[in-house]
Design a binder for this molecule. Structure first.
Ligand SMILES: [Zn+2]
Length: 295
């Protein structure tokens, strides 16, 4: 059996995955320091049957041993951090690591293989991540960076004006459409700290300032999707993450794509695996990988 772990910017989830189904799923907040991080992982692994393999989906990009954050603000110690050796020592089993959105892309592709072989998974969460399956194969890239659509520059600015992203570049999708970006814009508009969930409540109530923030996010997503489609010739977009899965977000992205020329109007779906897409996807990917050199 496989122990699947999904390490995001604000939370860590773990589950024992058997035949593509999560069992004993547990979730804890992502701590700010490395010692607390390792203690949290130990707590999530405790009390389970000894895994044959640990499959880890991580925010940032990984060469399979070490991990780095694209947005340097997401996790402070995610700077060439030797994640896989640390986990191998902690869990005492082979460990394989993959970017979290790439993992989710593979999980969602597994449910759609009969329909498409070129899929973009886009997670709108703490940050904006992406994963690509092209011609039926997961695209990881030379350093595990492939699919990071959150750091494509878009032609839509957030309500508080264009800004430099945590990656160091100006105008990234992540500065407009991540949960962090939505909360930042909402806080600026409404004069008090407002999370993205509260923003969605205000959108449902028809508050124009809230609708403007979300509509810009949807148009920014559509802009990035269209650019990716022109480059890669995609068949399907799948939205995930807490913002991507929020009620109404898919319809907004479809409406934003409908404003573009017909060539760019890709079908949009939401993650059928929901918040488990990363866990299921990384487990499915890991069992296909060779384990040479692992303990
Ligand atoms: Zn960026």
């Amino acid at each position: 059996m496989t122990l699947a772990i999904d390490i995001g910017g604000t939370k860590i989830a773990a589950a024992t995955v058997i035949d593509g189904v999560c069992h004993d799923r547990r979730q804890l907040p992502m701590p700010a320091s490395e010692p607390e991080f390792l203690a949290t992982l130990a707590a999530l692994a405790q009390g389970r049957p000894a895994p044959a393999l640990a499959a880890v989906a991580v925010t940032g990009y990984t060469d399979g041993e070490r991990v780095r954050g694209v947005n340097r603000n997401t996790i402070a110690f995610w700077n060439d951090y030797p994640l896989v050796p640390r986990l191998r020592a902690l869990l005492r089993c082979p460990v394989l690591a993959l970017n979290d959105a790439q993992a989710a892309a593979w999980g969602e592709y597994g449910l759609r293989q009969a329909e498409c072989s070129n899929l973009l998974y886009l997670t709108l969460s703490t940050g904006v991540g992406g994963g690509l399956v092209l011609d039926g194969e997961l695209r990881r890239g030379a350093q595990g960076l492939a699919g990071h659509l959150g750091h494509m520059a878009v032609d839509v600015a957030p309500t508080d004006g264009p800004m430099v992203c945590g990656c160091g570049r100006r105008g990234c999708l992540e500065t407009v459409a991540s949960g962090t970006a939505l909360a930042r814009q909402a806080t600026g508009r409404f004069g008090r700290v407002l999370g993205s969930a509260e923003l969605f409540d205000r959108v449902a109530q028809g508050v124009p300032e809230a609708q403007d923030i979300l509509w810009r996010a949807a148009r920014a997503v559509a802009s990035a999707v269209a650019s990716a489609h022109a480059q890669l010739d995609l068949q399907q977009v799948v939205l995930g993450g807490s913002v991507g899965l929020a009620a109404g977000m898919r319809a907004l992205v479809e409406a934003a794509l409908a404003e573009l020329p017909p060539l760019y109007r890709l079908p949009v779906d939401v993650a059928r695996l929901g918040a488990d897409a990363g866990l299921v996807g990384v487990a499915a990917w890991a069992v296909r990988q060779p384990l040479q050199g692992q303990a």
